[in-house]
Design a protein. Structure first.
Length: 95
């Protein structure tokens, strides 16, 4: 039975960028580079849906424009723009 790769595309259509709110061209940005196995798109071609969804849990959705401004390894949290300036402070929700 052929694998269904469309589920990821359909999931992305339901997401909004955690920074600007755009729903166009969503990417998955890993919030912790050390816990990243592979890019989500690559994993979708190699692994089953459950494993890909587990990887997505480590990410925040970002549109292409915002993702370009926050490359891999950039400190940005899963709670979006309102928390990111607080990273490393006692008020950060990432802990």
């Amino acid at each position: 039975m052929p694998r269904d790769y469309n589920w990821l595309r359909e999931l992305k259509l339901t997401l909004r960028c955690a920074i600007c709110g755009s729903s166009t061209d969503i990417n998955f940005h890993h919030t912790d580079r050390d816990n990243k196995i592979l890019p989500v798109g690559t994993m979708n071609r190699k692994y089953g849906k459950a494993r890909v969804l587990a990887e997505i849990e480590k990410c925040i959705p970002l549109c292409t424009s915002c993702h370009t401004n926050y490359p891999i390894g950039t400190s940005i949290c899963k709670y979006g723009a309102e928390c990111c300036p607080l990273i490393g402070t006692p008020d950060c929700k990432c802990k």
